[in-house]
Design a protein around this ligand. Structure first.
Ligand code: HEM
Length: 308
């Protein structure tokens, strides 16, 4: 079952952010860790500049992210990761992968990749940096983007990253814009996002859009209220936002979880909550999430499942 389930009584048009407490993990490690890290590294080797991009001038922010996340990993997963520091010399031990990295904190020549690019290869999350008054996307390692890629968004301010904005969520996006510019240091937040997909491939960056659209077209005639549960996947993003104290940049982390629809719907409570949210989501948002064509079958399926 998904560890997070962002479905309540109806479609939520609010930002849905919660404080990320000191007792909350910033990044999460689960049983898929080795496979996901291997996949990320494969993608980054094949298309390095598609999955990692950075503007110059944000090196301090990149190192701040390294410090924040490796310390968080050691705090929450002490049997999997360890860090020894001798002055600026850092000895990083990743016991999950049996790898050791020694580097000089603050000197990127001592790492095999840019600090953010190196760190992204240690965690299951995608990592994005935003900076400046208008929260521009200045760097990121994005392997599992849901229908977007760094090529399309690098350098863009928060508002344009989201353009065109579905009008129903415009007030929410104004609040989010304010949050991005005013988020205080030491007060990180998290939120969840959801979508329903025809595939459970993690990498849904824009380059896969044609093949995923094609897959949906092929599957569509077979998506009936009888079959749809075994054909679709729920895709949940756990997103965090953290203001970095020295650079003032914001770290945006995205962790993607997915699960077969039938698996989640086997819990009648979950089936009923999904039905409530999908049936109250405005049509423009359903269209934005590419759910229009299968929504009737989906609702019929969930209706039957909750009555069982
Ligand atoms: C509190 C903060 C945020 C809120 C409330 C928010 C909200 C949303 C909403 C409502 C959507 C529409 C799709 C959906 O719901 O599935 C969306 C899409 C998206 N968001 Fe955010 N978001 C936030 C932060 C960010 C940040 C920091 C980034 C930085 C890269 C970002 C990047 C995107 C992208 C790339 C999309 C897809 C846009 C497209 O279709 O091209 N979001 N976001």
């Amino acid at each position: 079952m998904l560890p997070y389930f962002p479905f309540g009584q109806q479609f939520n048009d609010k930002m849905g952010t919660f404080p990320l407490l000191e007792s909350d993990r910033l990044v999460e490690v689960d049983e898929h860790y080795p496979a996901v890290i291997a996949l990320k590294r494969k993608l980054l080797t094949a298309l390095p500049t598609y999955y990692y991009q950075a503007q110059s001038g944000y090196e301090t922010a990149q190192w701040e992210v390294v410090k924040l996340i490796v310390e968080n990993l050691v705090q929450f997963y002490p049997t999997s990761f360890s860090l020894r520091q001798e002055g600026n010399r850092w000895y990083w031990l990743n016991l999950r992968l049996n790898e050791e990295t020694t580097f000089t904190f603050g000197d990127k020549q001592t790492l095999p990749y840019d600090p953010l690019d190196w760190l992204g290869r240690q965690v299951q999350e995608d990592l994005v940096l935003l900076a400046g008054d208008d929260a521009r996307l200045v760097a990121g390692q994005l392997c599992f983007g849901n229908d977007w890629s760094l090529d399309e968004k690098i350098g863009l301010p928060f508002w344009q990253i989201h353009a065109p904005i579905v009008s129903i969520v415009e007030p929410m996006m104004r609040a989010a814009q304010q949050l991005m510019t005013r988020l205080p240091v030491g007060r990180p937040v998290w939120r969840l996002n959801w979508s329903v997909k025809v595939s459970d491939q993690l990498d849904m960056t824009s380059r896969h859009k044609p093949s995923l659209d094609q897959l949906l077209r092929e599957k569509l005639p077979y998506l009936t209220s009888e079959t749809i549960g075994e054909q679709l996947y729920l895709r949940i993003e756990r997103q965090t936002l953290t203001r970095l104290p020295l650079s003032g940049a914001v770290l945006f982390s995205i962790r993607t979880y997915q699960s077969l629809l039938a698996h989640e719907a086997s819990d009648p409570e979950r089936a009923s909550r999904m039905a409530s949210v999908f049936s109250t989501t405005p049509p423009a948002m359903i269209a934005y999430k590419s759910m229009t064509d299968f929504l009737p079958a989906l609702l019929a399926y969930l209706g039957k499942t909750c009555r069982k």
